[in-house]
Design a protein around this ligand. Structure first.
Ligand SMILES: Nc1ncnc2c1ncn2[C@@H]1O[C@H](COP(=O)(O)OP(=O)(O)OP(=O)(O)O)[C@@H](O)[C@H]1O
Ligand SMILES: [Mg+2]
Length: 380
């Protein structure tokens, strides 16, 4: 391992929008950045010092990429964990630790982890194939989640009645009881190398029922004090038991009784933390650099309440992206546009996000809806 403490060499597996925003924050720090990704036109490609084209799922590719680095992190879970384990054994710092990633990467292992540590989560059974699922009609309504490889809602099917079972997965999966969700909450927790932790104010999510993608999100979430304490205690329990430095996003459900259940955890920067770029003193991206470079943790306090909404490819348009209404949004006060640099749009593709910050929550929601109507990703 090359060791240059003044300018550490840090690699990122994956070059999507999360990698891109992580690199935007890296520009403030003494660090040399490396990205491994199959697509050389990916959002993060031109923001790093060194780009390597290659498969993040391939052992040899990840190992060779990581060998000369001081530290390595991920922007997506579907990476080669065995290579990260070997790199860790050889002295490369890995964020999160491969052992934590192994638990989270597989939704079956993740649920077992919550169960083992008595962390509240919805009741579940494991299904190896569709035949087993068919025998579990009495367990419905439930969410069927594929163990490995799901992303952005694509590995999740909500099965309400027996007729929905056809949509279930014919691969090892989790079948979990459908929660009567009152609110969906996400909490970002930072864990320093010395074990010190800090938590961002919870964010509250609102979903598009058709695409199953985040529609918009408000932060800080409005929660009764008692619910807030539960959210905090559960999020900290998840992260403590993962025993790894890094940045973690814990997604939780709050039901009508104020009971809190963990949905899932991501061991990396996360879409639910994008508002922290403008809305909080230290953004989630800034925070991860502080962790990896062994600097003091940043301040997670909100500067002002914020709303984020996704900029998704419009239905019926596929091809080179054109942003209708961009100038109108740019004229709006305290609205911040982040386009991810994806050349091609297609229906539902995440092309960017907009954050609005402001004191008045009603005004935030009003502005978010206005932006939703104004800004459309089409083709010319
Ligand atoms: N047990 C459940 N009860 C009720 N709703 C659920 C349940 N599990 C999942 N959902 C709904 O489906 C959404 C997607 O589920 P989940 O977060 O597990 O999937 P995902 O594919 O990892 O999504 P993403 O990558 O977007 O976070 C949740 O945000 C929630 O709205
Ligand atoms: Mg999720």
């Amino acid at each position: 391992m090359q060791n240059s403490p003044l300018q550490p060499r840090v690699g990122i597996l994956g070059g999507g929008q999360l990698g891109r925003m992580l690199l935007q924050a890296a520009a403030n720090y003494p660090v040399e950045t490396f990205v491994l990704e199959n697509d050389e036109h990916c959002p993060a490609a031109h923001l790093c010092h060194h780009f390597t084209k290659g498969d993040i799922k391939d052992f040899e590719t990840v190992y060779q990429f990581g060998k000369g680095l001081d530290a390595i992190t991920i922007e997506i879970e579907s990476v080669n964990v065995e290579a990260l384990e070997k790199l860790e054994a050889e002295g490369v710092k890995v964020f999160p630790k491969p052992a934590a990633l192994r638990i989270i990467k597989n939704k079956i292992e993740q649920k077992k982890f919550y169960q083992h540590h008595q962390i509240p989560t919805s009741e579940f059974v494991i299904t190896e194939n569709k035949e087993e699922l068919k025998a579990l009609q009495s367990f419905l309504p439930a969410a069927h989640k594929i163990g490995m490889g799901g992303y952005d809602g694509r590995g999740v099917e909500l099965l309400k009645t027996a007729a929905d079972i056809e949509r279930g997965f014919d691969a090892p999966s989790v079948l979990e009881k459908l929660v009567a969700v009152h609110k969906e909450i996400a909490v970002i927790v930072a864990v320093a190398q010395n074990g010190e932790t800090t938590m961002y104010p919870p964010a509250e999510m609102v979903f598009d029922p058709v695409l199953n993608l985040l529609d918009y999100q408000v932060s800080p979430a409005e929660l009764p004090e008692k619910t807030f304490w539960k959210v905090e205690a559960i999020s900290m329990a998840v992260v403590r038991n993962l025993q790894s430095p890094g940045l973690f996003a814990v997604e939780l459900f709050v039901d009508k009784n104020g009971d809190v259940l963990v949905n899932e955890t991501a061991p990396r920067v996360h879409n639910s933390g994008h508002h922290t770029i403008e809305g909080n003193f230290s953004s989630q991206f800034d925070m991860l650099w502080r962790i990896m470079l062994n600097f003091p943790l940043g301040c997670t306090d909100a500067i002002l309440p914020s709303v984020i909404l996704n900029v998704l490819g419009e239905e019926g348009f596929s091809g080179p992206a054109y942003y209708e209404g961009l100038e109108d949004v740019l004229k709006m006060e305290n609205a911040f546009i982040h386009l991810y640099g994806k050349v091609q749009t297609k229906p539902g593709r995440k092309m960017g996000h907009v954050t609005v910050i402001g004191k008045d929550r009603a005004e935030l929601t009003y502005k978010a809806n206005r932006i939703k109507h104004l800004l459309k990703v089409k083709t010319k």
